[in-house]
Design a protein around this ligand. Structure first.
Ligand SMILES: Cc1cc2nc3c(=O)[nH]c(=O)nc-3n(C[C@H](O)[C@H](O)[C@H](O)COP(=O)(O)OP(=O)(O)OC[C@H]3O[C@@H](n4cnc5c(N)ncnc54)[C@H](O)[C@@H]3O)c2cc1C
Length: 438
């Protein structure tokens, strides 16, 4: 039951960040309304129906180091529903497949000459330590990796891998991003996947919010946001106005800027962070094509840059083997704007070429999904430039993927951010600091 002196908090966005924030607020007795524009919750972790199953549009897994997410799953009673498996990595270079997990694999990795293989192995072993105590936030990834691994490894392996994730300015991303990523992921890694898929978590969060008296509204885009005397006011479809004591916005900053009126927009962070979007192909195959969960695909003439074999982690999906292929790209790129059936046809042919054993009838179904704002392309020195979660002079709080740096964008970092942001909202109205209405 919400106490009468509770502030009303509106949360914009029903991805994991908004869901986690609304769950925690509702559970501590704060009146909360979550507003999601699409007809489904989950944001980038959302799903589609495959018969009577639900499948993620974008491949997702949990790492054992995802402590904030695992704590949330504990609260929802879902901690034990995560199935853990040891997974491995492959690498396709010029159409040739390689395992990429052990010293032995590296010694046989014919895509590099022997001296480069040895250097690769030694540097990789020491990389986390080599970064310690250095100001990696102001060091370009390219400068760091070229210096350590040499030009050949950079050009042949890292440049296409980083280019595929961050676009043309990939070399400029701070080396700190990679360093953090290496702390989270390894080639041979234990990964987790929730029983019943991510929809189970999304449904449990909704049930928890509503069970604690909160309101969840899908198909409810926020159209306009302004601030009156420091209090945020939201305009929804049909001119409906929602007055809140606080607003937590989880939508990417470029989208939020479009919603804000001029006065509020002037208070929003000026950092104009570019974002990469993504295009994924989800393939249902009759037979498995690889035992490796993750395989970068380099110099192989494909439009996609990697293969994620979800069935290596989650097991077969209704007797079929689920494989994702992906290309990170700008939302204005030709690929992003291309129509889904054309992408599905081209990518099916390219996947068959990489894995000829698929054969003419091996692909049972293929779906294409796109998301415009996925990976912020962090500039050098972003630790200092990272926008604050508070917006001066208003009760608007920001909790977006632009705020999780130097953590890797993930469900875990979004949950940790949600925890931080809601801790700034007082439990009772009278505890609220006066907001300067400038
Ligand atoms: C291909 C891919 C693979 C990934 N792999 C992993 C992985 O293995 N593990 C992992 O943990 N993470 C992974 N991630 C990252 C993870 O999905 C994101 O970091 C996380 O989902 C971000 O959550 P969010 O709530 O901050 O944002 P989002 O999920 O983007 O949610 C924002 C929500 O706001 C809504 N919205 C936008 N505008 C409005 C409006 N005007 N009014 C109301 N609602 C609005 C959107 O519809 C959306 O639901 C992956 C992402 C992608 C794309």
């Amino acid at each position: 039951m919400t106490p009468p002196d509770s502030p009303h908090v509106a949360v914009i966005g029903g991805g994991i960040c908004g869901l986690a924030a609304a769950h925690r607020l509702a559970r501590r007795g704060t009146r909360v309304t979550l507003l999601e524009s699409s007809d489904q919750l989950g944001g980038l972790g959302t799903f589609f129906a495959d018969g009577d199953r639900w499948v993620e549009r974008f491949y997702h897994c949990i790492m054992p180091t995802d402590v904030s997410l695992l704590a949330l799953l504990g609260e929802l009673g879902l901690r034990d529903s995560v199935r853990w498996r040891d997974t491995t990595m492959g690498m396709v270079v010029e159409g040739r497949r390689h395992p990429f997990n052990s010293a032995f694999d590296l010694l046989r990795f014919s895509a590099l000459r022997l001296p480069d293989r040895v250097r690769f192995g030694v540097v990789s072993l020491l990389l986390r330590r080599l970064g310690q105590g250095r100001d990696l936030d102001t060091l370009r990834t390219e400068d760091w990796l070229r210096g350590l691994y040499g030009d050949v490894v950079w050009e042949r392996l890292f440049a296409p891998m980083f280019g595929s994730k961050f676009g043309p300015s990939f070399g400029d991303v701070p080396a700190l991003y990679l360093w953090q990523r290496l702390g989270r992921e390894r080639n041979v890694a234990t990964r987790g996947y929730p029983d019943g898929g991510y929809k189970t978590i999304i449904d449990a969060l909704r049930a928890s919010i509503e069970g604690a008296g909160g309101t969840v509204r899908t198909e409810t885009p926020v159209r306009r946001l302004h601030s009156t005397g420091g209090r945020p006011v939201l305009t929804l479809t049909g001119g409906e106005v929602l007055d809140a004591d606080h607003v937590v916005s989880t939508v990417p900053l470029p989208l939020l800027r479009r919603l804000a009126d001029d006065a509020l927009a002037a208070r929003l962070p000026t950092t104009d962070l570019p974002y990469q979007g993504v295009v994924t192909g989800v393939f249902f195959l009759r037979e498995p094509v690889t035992e490796h969960y993750w395989t970068p695909v380099l110099h192989s003439g494909t439009e996609f840059d990697g293969v994620v074999a979800m069935s290596a982690l989650a097991g077969p999906c209704g007797g079929r083997h689920l494989v994702y292929v992906m290309h990170y790209t700008d939302r204005d790129s030709q690929l992003y704007l291309d129509d889904d059936p054309a992408i599905a046809a081209r990518w099916s042919a390219q996947l068959r070429e990489l894995y000829p054993e698929i054969g003419p009838d091996g692909i049972e179904d293929v779906r294409v999904f796109k998301a415009p704002f996925v990976e912020p392309v962090y500039p050098l020195g972003y630790l200092a430039a990272r926008p604050p979660v508070t917006v001066e002079g208003t009760n608007l709080l920001l909790a977006t993927t632009a705020h999780v740096y130097p953590d890797v964008t993930s469900w875990n970092s979004s949950v940790a951010l949600a925890n931080d942001v809601i801790s700034r909202i007082p439990a009772r109205r009278e505890d609220q600091p006066a907001v300067a209405a400038r």
